[in-house]
Ligand binder design. Sequence first.
Ligand SMILES: [Zn+2]
Length: 217
Amino acid sequence: MQFHNIDGSNPTVSIAELRSILHECGHMLGFIHEHQSPSRVDEFTYKTKATIRYYADTWSPTIVWDNVLRVHAEQHLAAYSPFDDMSIMLYEIPACVNTQSKTIPRPSQLSAIDKAYATLLYPSTTTSHEATLRHALRLVGVPLGRQNIIMAANGPTEFRARFKEWNREARATHGESSCFHAISFIKRTTNHCLTHISKIFHIYSTTRRSGASTLNL
Ligand SMILES: [Zn+2]
């Protein structure tokens, strides 16, 4: 966990602070960096030396490798999506560090896919439309018939298992119409903690919809 730019003396959370908090909460949910997803190779290729140089003021080459350059192996992920350039789990991608010269700014809020996967992997009852299981299933591309099968699960454990089963099947057709988000599980994290963090995601999405630019946590 690296909570950069957090000013503990100020009761109001700035956008930069909120970005750091949400990003680290994503890690607690098991989210990996989007720029380390297997699907990033479809979008851009890091220039290794240029990337190490870019982060040289703050990170050693080993840390750059672990947090930026290394692509996570498919077999270690529960699922992964086409590259999501709106994900809170993405670092900024400057043109100088990739062979395609792409510039992708660092997102400051949760993407629709971030919210959908937080909802689907930690299912609970909620009145927020954006966080309903049906909405999330539809958003990530689960066909209607399969949605019904997953929704008929008996409890959150079975729901999660059925959703992951769909993920595994759809991963075999990667590059077609299926939509996954890169995610893995940190087993040592307790369910109680995950439930709490998931609520923060939902509170945040509600607050953003109401137009507030800051959030008191
Ligand atoms: Zn991170």
